[in-house]
Design a binder for this molecule. Structure first.
Ligand code: HXC
Ligand code: NAP
Length: 290
């Protein structure tokens, strides 16, 4: 048994159709692939149709499942409506939405143009709102249950310098998750979130650790368990929260970061730097005094 293995029972998502925004690359691709392995039909969407089509082919080859690739910029409400129309036309209905698409980059905040700030807010917060509103209204009108799973970050509640538009947007997504968990539960719509720590992807690494930064700031060094995340362990959590096994989990944000954010938060956690010999000396001097 290992965290690099799939965890849920075979067929755990059978009969469900799940939309994954940003599903052609990175974490969205890994989570979507696992949903497919568990029997779901998959709809992957993002701006780049060629990337989506390549991913869809690869996934279908690997699993024998069915994947619909639809180009859809989450900032454009008409494209979002059309994407759901296409999903409904092929699969009959959509049962779950993984709001995973995001845009981000590092910058001192005072260097950001208005358009740079707005671009991230438009993709992450307003894009997630667009997808959520379209899916939610359809589920409510059809009297059909549904599940939202939103990918946020731990700086949604701690905040973080140098990624301020992303932090503000993810905080908004988290507030939306918790708010709708209450308001839409009466329609049998659940809303949960996952806050991943560092999980290597081309998209995140190229924008958050560009150039030589990756050599200077090894993300694994900030994580108490001493490593970055494996995509499968995130996929296991996402599949559970998307499945009916988590029917009583609603409005939760699950952190999967090896303890990273708490290490940054604890006031004395930097005492990790004190060597054992110094602790021995401190103990000896305390014993001498007693
Ligand atoms: C400052 C920047 C910038 C940068 C773009 N801009 N990159 N400003 N520093 N590095 C500015 C541009 O100059 C422009 O403003 C405005 O932002 C819009 O840029 P465009 O390139 O026109 O936007 P667009 O083509 O829509 O691309 C969106 C993007 C891009 C967000 C800028 O990076 C992208 O497509 N990202 C998608 C994938 C992604 O970001 N993945 C990483 C997610 S990782 P002006 O004023 O010049 O017009 C993640 C991890 C979180 O979220 C937690 C980790 C632990
Ligand atoms: P990624 O591969 O760059 O994923 C982002 C995806 O969003 C891409 O597939 C991109 O595809 C899509 N996208 C961007 N703008 C879009 C738009 N306007 N409309 C539709 N789709 C759009 O990076 P990732 O690391 O896998 O990130 C996935 C999620 O995990 C994000 O929500 C991110 O914030 C979160 N996260 C990642 C980490 C990490 O360590 N990797 C940590 C915490 C949270 P197109 O370019 O084709 O549009």
């Amino acid at each position: 048994m290992s965290y690099t293995e799939g965890m849920l029972k075979e067929g755990a998502l059978k009969g469900k159709t799940i939309v994954v925004t940003g599903g052609g690359t990175g974490l969205g691709k890994s989570m979507g692939l696992y949903f497919l392995k568990l029997g779901a039909n998959l709809v992957i969407t993002s701006r780049k149709l060629d990337v989506l089509q390549e991913t869809a082919k690869e996934m279908e080859r690997e699993t024998g499942g069915k994947v619909l690739a639809v180009a859809c910029d989450v900032r454009d409400i008409e494209q979002v409506e059309t994407m759901f129309d296409e999903a409904d036309a092929l699969f009959g209905k959509v049962d779950g939405v993984l709001n995973n698409a995001a845009g981000n980059f590092i910058s001192p905040t005072e260097r950001l143009s208005t358009n740079a700030f707005n671009t991230v807010i438009d993709i992450v917060l307003k894009g997630t709102a667009n997808v959520t509103m379209v899916a939610g209204k359809r589920w409510i009108a059809a009297k059909q249950p549904g599940t939202f799973l939103n990918i946020v970050t731990t700086y949604a509640w701690t905040g973080s310098g140098y990624v301020v538009p992303s932090a503000a947007a993810k905080a908004g997504v988290l507030a939306m998750t918790r708010s709708l968990a209450v308001e839409w539960a009466k329609y049998k719509i659940r809303s949960n979130a996952i806050a991943p720590g560092p999980f290597p992807t081309e998209g995140a690494w190229s924008r958050l650790l560009p150039g030589d930064l990756v050599k200077k700031f090894d993300p694994a060094k900030k994580v108490p368990v001493g490593r970055v995340g494996e995509h499968q362990e995130l996929a296991n959590l996402a599949a559970y929260l998307m499945s009916d096994y988590s029917a009583y989990v609603n409005g939760e944000v699950v952190t999967i970061d090896g303890g990273e954010w708490l290490q940054g938060a604890g006031e004395f956690n930097n005492l990790e730097a004190i060597p054992q010999e110094m602790w021995d000396m401190l103990e000896a001097s305390r014993e001498k005094k007693q």
